[in-house]
Write a protein that binds this ligand. Structure first.
Ligand code: ADP
Ligand code: MG
Length: 258
């Protein structure tokens, strides 16, 4: 059964229709890339899946493990295992990164249950668990004592985002342009970190405008191209290579490419 299924999803923002019938299916352990030109509706889809009140679903459905989540609030969706890494992470002054992660981890463990999650892990146990993951995504230990996203560089914010996914182990992780504004070395290491957390229990949807980050993933199962609020093409990793060579125009405006 699909983990996350988007069915004929129509979404409006301020009376304007942005998504015009999106269909998408993801299974357990799969890595998906959602690609498309600027303004095609990628972030809109991500925020809608998470239930941001700014976006109105006018038609269609979003199913998680076969059940509609449309009526659930954002925090209820998060408890079901959805995680969104924001394109522009916000700074939260006064909230320690480590404290934030432990609280989130425990809340999610309580909500998800399951035998491979510890519930109510102590501060000391959590620090140990966190350090193992921290080094895996290439962040230094001192990072833990800092406030959430405050004064983080672009690359650090992205790594912190991937660290959150690695630590929280959500069922579905949606990363909205984790490569934006990063130099090539940082793109590579963010991609490596994403690959590390891709396992049989977690589904990853990576939203990106450029194909370059995808080349550094250990595994990429499906590529979807969205334009003007619709998924126009589905393929495997080779579709990303093709997009890198040819751009989006041949898919978006095929009549111009006869
Ligand atoms: P992407 O993430 O693919 O670049 P977005 O989902 O951010 O695209 O935006 C999709 C479309 O939503 C944009 O082309 C724009 O027309 C519309 N949009 C964005 N912001 C607003 C807004 N504040 N009000 C109405 N429409 C908006
Ligand atoms: Mg966007």
């Amino acid at each position: 059964m699909a983990v996350l299924e988007i069915k004929n999803l129509h979404v409006s923002r301020e009376e304007k229709e942005i998504l015009k019938g999106v269909n998408l299916k993801t299974g357990p352990g799969e890595v998906h890339a959602l690609m498309g030109p600027n303004g095609s509706g990628k972030s809109t889809l991500a925020y809608t899946i998470l239930g941001h009140p700014r976006y109105q679903v006018t038609k269609g459905d979003i199913l998680l493990d076969g059940e509609s989540i449309l009526k659930l609030k954002t925090n209820e969706r998060a408890k079901k295992g959805l995680f969104l890494g924001f394109q522009y992470p916000t700074e939260v002054s006064g909230v320690g990164f480590s404290h934030f992660l432990r609280t989130s981890y425990n809340a999610l463990s309580k909500a998800l249950g399951g035998e491979n999650r510890e519930v109510f892990i102590t501060v000391r146990e959590f620090q140990k668990y966190l350090k193992e993951n921290l080094n895996a995504v290439g962040l230094k230990d001192e990072f833990l004592s800092r406030y959430l996203n405050e004064g983080f560089s672009g690359g650090e914010k992205k790594r912190a985002e991937v660290l959150q996914m690695a630590v929280l182990k959500p069922k579905i992780s949606i990363l909205d342009e984790p490569d934006s504004g990063l130099d090539i070395d940082a793109v590579q290491s963010v991609a490596k970190s994403i690959s590390k957390i891709a396992d049989k229990d977690s589904t990853i949807i990576l939203i990106t405008h450029y194909a370059r980050i995808l080349k550094y993933l250990d595994k990429l199962d499906y590529v979807h191209v969205i334009s003007d609020g619709k998924v126009l093409k589905n393929g495997d990793a080779s579709l990303a290579d093709e997009l890198e060579k040819k751009g989006y125009e041949w898919i978006v405006n095929p009549q111009n490419n006869l």
